[in-house]
Ligand binder design. Structure first.
Ligand code: SF4
Length: 121
């Protein structure tokens, strides 16, 4: 059986105004309990040094990830080297979602669509 996607939410330290309308725990519990994922986790800030170290430790070359964070182009720029360093490929393995300035409900819908996309692909 092929592995389900893993959902990683980057919450931008928890202080970023872009995530103020999002109820993080409602979102993460919805994703882990209701959607077809392996699991859902939260990281405080993926784009700094400890975030890099986390990604390098964590990424497996054959897993699929849905990353909820900021602009997908920025995510690609910031995370692709970490994927490459473990023999992975950001473009093949990740669906990146911009979940800033969204209500919790809209963020849930966006993640749900991404999960369906990985299942049908
Ligand atoms: S990856 Fe994006 S959402 Fe996460 S901390 Fe950096 S700027 Fe914020």
């Amino acid at each position: 059986m092929s592995e389900k996607p893993k959902f990683v939410m980057c919450i931008c330290t928890g202080e970023c105004p872009g995530f103020q309308s999002l109820n993080l725990w409602q979102l993460i519990n919805y994703v882990r309990n209701e959607l077809d994922v392996e699991y859902a986790i939260v990281h405080p800030q993926l784009c700094v040094d400890d975030g890099d170290r986390f990604l390098t430790d964590y990424i497996k070359p054959n897993s699929k990830y849905i990353i909820g964070a900021c602009d997908p182009k920025m995510q690609r720029k910031m995370f692709k080297d970490a994927f490459a360093s473990v023999g992975g490929d950001f473009d093949q393995q990740v669906i990146s979602l911009d979940l800033r300035n969204m209500s919790t409900e809209d963020a849930m819908k966006k993640v749900e669509e991404a999960v369906k996309q990985t299942v049908s692909s």
